[in-house]
Write a protein that binds this ligand. Structure first.
Ligand SMILES: *Cc1c(COP(=O)(O)O)cnc(C)c1O
Length: 324
């Protein structure tokens, strides 16, 4: 058995990813809100990845990974299993790099998500969530067609790409005391930790996850990866059962703390974003702001970065949140 631990990505990988993404990914805006500042008693800087291409930061990691494929890999193409933002990120990146993409999705995935993925030019292969194992299907397809599987977070090139979110923020807003970042599998958080360590070593980086799915908090306390049942939360981008073999050691080494928030606190943050800041944010994208407001960190008078990770939300569902 292979007991070799894979090498962890470093800040150099984040800097290299930034060069690959230059002119391809949007350099997303940093928004301010005096009402938000007053709510938290701090100066807040919102890094808006809901305004990234395809609507979430995931484009950064996907494009960074696919742009490093060899010619042979490019010809056979990429395969991913996801019903969320990773699917669209891989599909769009594959189209831009002119390679085939297959996305494995449950047959009952939202029609809008499947349509968006197809619109980016990917082939969607469906499976039955109750009777079939998506990882087995994906591995079989990858072997049969010679395609390269790119996972949503536990991959060094994906982590490095996501780290460019924090790199841009630190370059634009120096002297941040805190940075709040949501987490599911921890790709975004671990990439941001690499950037913080190099560019803002005095900045405390705090991860925020749903209270119902606090596997990262449990993992930090236990000192090893804790796996949980798929959590019930409106933050569908953070419904991951565990951290990864690459993301956990980076988070364990560098994170200041991990906080949790409730679904009610997420809904409150979504309404704030819509009403006060005029931006559409998906529930997972509101974790960091909710964590800064309710997580108990002492932020008075501090300069605080908040990553808004994405804005892809079914409109009918979104309307229900706002109407609550
Ligand atoms: C995937 C995703 C997350 C979680 O990212 P990880 O790298 O798995 O921690 C958070 N927000 C949005 C919008 C996402 O799409």
């Amino acid at each position: 058995m292979d007991t070799h631990t894979p090498a962890l990505p470093t800040y150099d990988d984040v800097a290299a990813a930034a060069r690959r993404l230059d002119g391809v990914a949007h350099r997303t805006p940093v928004l301010r809100s005096s009402t938000a500042d007053a709510r938290v008693g701090a100066q807040l800087f919102f890094k808006c990845e809901n305004l990234q291409r395809m609507g979430a930061f995931k484009f950064r990691g996907a494009y960074n990974a696919l742009s490093q494929f060899s010619d042979a890999q490019r010809e056979r193409g990429v395969l991913a299993f996801s019903s969320g933002n990773h699917a669209q990120a891989i599909a769009l990146s594959a189209r831009l790099l002119d390679m085939p993409a297959v996305i494995v999705m449950p047959e009952d995935a939202p029609a809008a998500k499947m349509a968006a993925t197809r619109e980016y030019g990917a082939q969607v292969v469906t499976y039955n969530r109750f009777t079939e194992d998506r990882e087995a299907i994906s591995r079989r397809l990858a072997t049969e067609r010679g395609m390269t599987l790119v996972p949503p977070f536990d991959h060094p090139h994906v982590i490095a790409g996501q780290g460019t979110v924090a790199k841009e923020l630190f370059e634009e807003v120096p002297d941040l005391d805190y940075l709040f970042v949501c987490l599911g599998g921890g790709g975004l958080l671990s990439g941001c930790l690499l950037a913080a360590k190099a560019l803002a070593p005095g900045c405390q980086v705090i991860g925020v996850e749903p209270q119902a799915g606090n596997d990262a908090q449990q993992s930090l306390r236990a000192g090893h990866i804790v796996r949980i049942e798929t959590p019930r939360t409106i933050a569908d981008g953070a419904q991951t059962p565990s951290l990864g073999e690459l993301t956990f050691p980076i988070i364990q080494r560098d994170v200041a703390d991990i906080l949790t928030v409730t679904d009610e606190q997420l809904v409150d943050a979504l309404r704030f974003f819509a009403e006060r800041m005029k931006i559409v944010v998906e529930p997972t994208g509101a974790l960091a702001f909710a964590g800064a407001q309710h997580g108990g960190a002492e932020l008075h008078g501090k300069r605080v970065g908040i990553v808004i990770s994405g804005g892809n939300v079914d409109l009918a569902r979104y309307a229900r949140f706002l109407g609550e």
